[in-house]
Structures are given as C-alpha cells and as structure tokens.
Design a protein around this ligand. Structure first.
Ligand SMILES: [Zn+2]
Length: 256
C-alpha cells in the first residue's frame, strides 16, 4: 500500500515536471518563431490569423501577446508631421497603413509617399477629395477611387491595394465598386477618436480601451496624434501588443 502511494506520488510529480517542461518549450519555440501572418477579417472589421497554427496561438495566449494594425487617415499632411509619425513608428518597430486623400498630394507633399514606402509602411486609398461616398452615384464613386489610384500610381509607380471610405461610410454599391477595382476595403473596430478629441489623455483613453487583440485602430494624421503616438504605443506594448500589417492581395491586375 505504502509502495503504491509512493509510486503514485512520484508519478504525479513527474507528470508535473514534464508538463512544465513542455509548456516552457512551447513558449520558447513560439517566441523564436517569426510574427504570424494575418489577413483582413471583414466580418469583425479587424484581422485574423492567415493560418490556424495552434501552437502559436497557445503560446501567444500564455505569453499575453496581442496584435493590432495601426492606420492613419487623411494624409499626407506635410510640414514634417508625416516624418514625425514615421520616426515614432520606427522607434517601436511598428508598421502602419496610411490612407491618403489624393487632393492632399501636391508638390510639397508628394515626397512623403516614397518615405512611407521606404519605411515599409503601406499606402492606401481614401478617395480623391474625401466626400461621403454613400451620397454619390456609382460612376462618381468609381471616379473618386480610381482617380486617387491613378494619382498614387503616378507618384509611386504602384496602385494601392487597400481602400477606406471617408467616415467609414460604406454601402453595397461602394463595396461592389471597390471589389471591381480589385481592391480590399478596410474599416476599423477600434477608434482613437482623434478626429474630434482635443486632449492627449482623451485620445489615449479611447485608444487603450478600444484596442483589443486583432483590432484595426483608426487614427488620423494630426498634430495631436503625432504628439500622443509614442506614449500610446509604449502603453499598448506594455499590454502585450505588437503592430503588424495584414497580407495584401498578391496582385491587383484586375484594375489594369
Ligand atoms: Zn478621412
């Protein structure tokens, strides 16, 4: 009887050690794996894992790792603000999608597009001059998006893959046009509210409370955002966030 109890205790202890070891090995392996790949999740307006690699997910959960996409609308801003945002992103090893309003691309700001690209960031289309597309006819919707694609291509040599409608205002007609142009529509499910808040702590509050794992965070290229960004990314990192880009469609030849 005593012997059986002794063996049982040893068995339990061994199992415990073994499980701890396996868990540790899993964590360690996943830590050294490259950042997982993500794709857009149109249902959630966020991102989802490109593949269901469960070891990575378990490891992320155990380690409290989270992923978010940073997006900046309404640029290029000029006056050094785009560079300020880029420098902060670089400091945090973060990449972002910049949804540009093409009427903002002029002789003073066209140079910013090359800076976004060489920093590894992504340029998206945010219409030619920021109308509410829901109020436009289908040909006008198409023209707003296509003329902006053309403008960006004239400057960078590449048409953008991503489109974000102004005010997040989208309809089935808009979605149809976006798809017919071979593009992906990107909305958001976390809002920094930086289009209307005036105080840094307000923007910080909304960004930190709304950003969850696999969120897309909406921000704008504004002086407030540029000033808050460094602190905000630091606090999100302390909560386990890494900032990633979703995979883009491999080609958009449908446009040509
Ligand atoms: Zn906008």
């Amino acid at each position: 009887m005593m012997l059986a109890l002794y063996i049982y205790r040893r068995y339990v202890a061994l199992c415990g050690i073994l499980m701890t070891f396996v868990l540790y090995a899993m964590l360690l392996t996943a830590y050294h794996m490259a950042t997982p790949r993500f794709v857009l999740d149109p249902e959630m307006n966020g991102i989802k894992h490109a593949s269901s690699f469960s070891l990575r997910k378990v490891s992320d959960m155990l380690a409290g790792r989270k992923y978010a996409v940073l997006t900046f609308d309404d640029g290029p801003y000029g006056h050094g603000l785009d560079e300020q945002i880029l420098a902060t992103l670089q400091k945090h090893h973060a990449h972002a999608v910049f949804f540009l309003v093409c009427s903002h691309i002029n002789n003073d700001t066209r140079g910013e597009l090359a800076k976004f690209e060489s920093a590894g960031d992504v340029i998206g289309n945010h219409t030619y001059d920021h109308p509410n597309l829901a109020q436009l006819s289908q040909p006008d919707i198409r023209n707003q998006i296509e003329s902006c694609n053309q403008r960006i291509a004239d400057v960078t040599g590449k048409r953008p893959n991503y489109f974000r409608p102004p005010f997040g205002s989208t309809t089935p007609a808009i979605t149809t046009v976006v798809k017919s142009l071979g593009m992906q529509q990107v909305l958001w499910n976390a809002n920094s509210e930086d289009s209307w808040v005036k105080q840094p702590e307000q923007m910080m509050y909304f960004s930190l409370t709304q950003t969850e794992d696999q969120s897309i965070l909406l921000m704008h290229e504004t002086p407030l955002t540029a000033a808050v960004l460094d602190d905000m990314l630091t606090q999100l990192e302390q909560r386990g966030f890494q900032f990633v880009l979703p995979d883009q469609l491999s080609d958009n030849t449908a446009i040509n």
